[in-house]
Design a protein around this ligand. Structure first.
Ligand SMILES: [Zn+2]
Length: 440
């Protein structure tokens, strides 16, 4: 019998963690963090805290239901923090159990583990390529299927069991025109559908949107439509987006090159994500600069403020996060941001109350300084309702357990599944954090 332990991400957008058990053996997929639960406590130092303290804050999943089980592998779907951010805290509960993921995922997971100060992490990490099937026990094997999302080398994780496949699709979108060639592996997904999918565990963050999520090519065009026309006459230009959104950063570098400006990346997380992307040949940094040390930042920003028209600054802080570069600029630090500057938000507002409040404060401060803002030159990395419908039709799963979403998102997913012939409590199961779904 297959059991699905829904440990995190079943009541929220964040801290994803699911465990699949077959015949006493367990594969864990993802160990995420819920950052807003950390950020509301200003004195919290995440790296130095124990898993127990963080669990009490609701910042990381409560893995006690599987703590004594025979865990044979940990698989990471992609390297967003809400999928891997708790790895330093939770992997030590399963000492020496191997961790698998695509190369970009594993290399960044390693840097996450390096920053861990409370535990020592001894798990071996293995880089796995798409299409490889890794036998993790006599009965169980895992596979990473290529998919598109908003970070490189994202995967749909498949756990092969003697009763059929368990397919974990958190997070994904179907991008058929990705500007840098990433593609969903429809062929493999359809094959899996033919071979027999026992359980589908899909994300549900945007299932209420009755559409298909647009391609990253649309975001590229939105950016070009401003920067390469009106932007050519602008003075100071500052763009902000997700530090891990490598495709978006590549678009901004290309735009800066076309404009005859130098792209300058400022912010620690931008340096981290672009650094590893560059090692793996996933981004071409030609014509750009990355500032790491605080000294370099203040020196270069002084030069920039003397000749703003020569640069495109790419900074952290699109959600108004405390300590991020744009937030500090809005507070009057680092750079005299003002009337001569335009800030382009290539990101939406992450819809949780803390983010909304921080972003509101940021925008108000920028407006008070006379900064012009262009918001929402962005497309989502998450599947909408019609993408989800297509995935169900390709995989034709026997059972569905919607994941990664607040309660209302999970129920929206269940409603979609009913349209596709499933029925809640019969073959679609809404679960909560800490519960287990026993597949009949
Ligand atoms: Zn994600």
């Amino acid at each position: 019998m297959i059991k699905i332990y829904t440990l995190g991400g079943y009541e929220e957008v964040g801290k994803n963690m699911t465990a699949v058990e077959y015949d006493g053996e367990v594969v864990i997929v993802d160990m995420g963090i819920r950052l807003d639960r950390v950020l509301i406590h200003e004195d919290v130092e995440f790296q130095k805290m124990s898993s127990k303290e963080l669990r009490k804050l609701g910042a990381i999943p409560d893995d006690r239901p599987i703590r004594d089980k025979k865990v044979v592998a940990i698989a990471l779907s992609h390297v967003h923090l809400d999928h891997i951010g708790a790895i330093g805290k939770l992997a030590p509960h399963y000492p020496d159990v191997p961790i698998y993921g695509t190369p970009y995922t594993i290399r960044l997971a390693k840097s996450e583990i390096k920053g861990e100060e409370y535990f020592e992490v001894t798990n071996p990490l293995y880089e796995t390529n798409y299409g490889e099937i890794v036998q993790v026990s006599e009965n169980l094997a895992i596979e990473f299927v290529q998919i598109t999302h908003s970070i490189p080398q994202s995967s749909i994780v498949v756990i092969h069991t003697p009763e059929g496949a368990v397919v974990y699709a958190c997070d994904y979108k179907f991008d058929n025109n990705h500007p840098y060639g990433e593609r969903p592996d429809y062929k493999r997904l359809k094959e899996l559908g033919k071979e027999g999918v026992k359980v589908l565990i899909p994300e549900s963050t945007r299932v209420a949107e009755e559409t298909k999520t647009p391609s990253e090519a649309v975001a590229k065009m939105l950016l070009e439509d401003f920067f390469l026309y009106e932007g050519m006459e602008a003075d100071g230009l500052i763009a902000t987006t997700f530090a891990s959104h490598i495709a978006r950063l590549q678009e901004l570098i290309e735009i800066a090159n076309k404009m005859g400006r130098q792209a300058i990346f400022i912010g620690r997380s931008l340096a981290k994500y672009t650094g590893i992307a560059k090692q793996l040949g996933l981004i071409k940094m030609k014509g750009s600069r990355v500032l790491r040390s605080p000294n370099a930042v203040s020196k270069v920003l002084k030069e920039v403020s003397q000749a703003r028209e020569n640069y495109l600054l790419i900074v952290t802080g699109h959600q108004g996060e405390p300590g991020a570069i744009l937030t500090r600029m809005a507070n009057g630090e680092l750079y005299d941001i003002g009337k001569r500057d335009t800030v382009v938000f290539s990101a939406g507002v992450i819809p949780n109350p803390l983010n909304i409040a921080q972003r509101y404060a940021l925008e108000t401060k920028l407006r008070m300084r006379g900064v012009r803002m262009i918001k929402n030159l962005h497309v989502s990395g998450h599947a909408s309702r019609e993408d989800h419908r297509y995935l169900i039709r390709m995989l034709n799963p026997e059972y569905i357990v919607p994941a990664h979403g607040e309660f209302r998102m999970l129920t929206h997913y269940a409603e979609l599944a009913e349209e596709e012939g499933y029925m809640i409590s019969r073959d679609v199961f809404i679960s909560r954090n800490g519960h287990v779904v026993e597949i009949p």
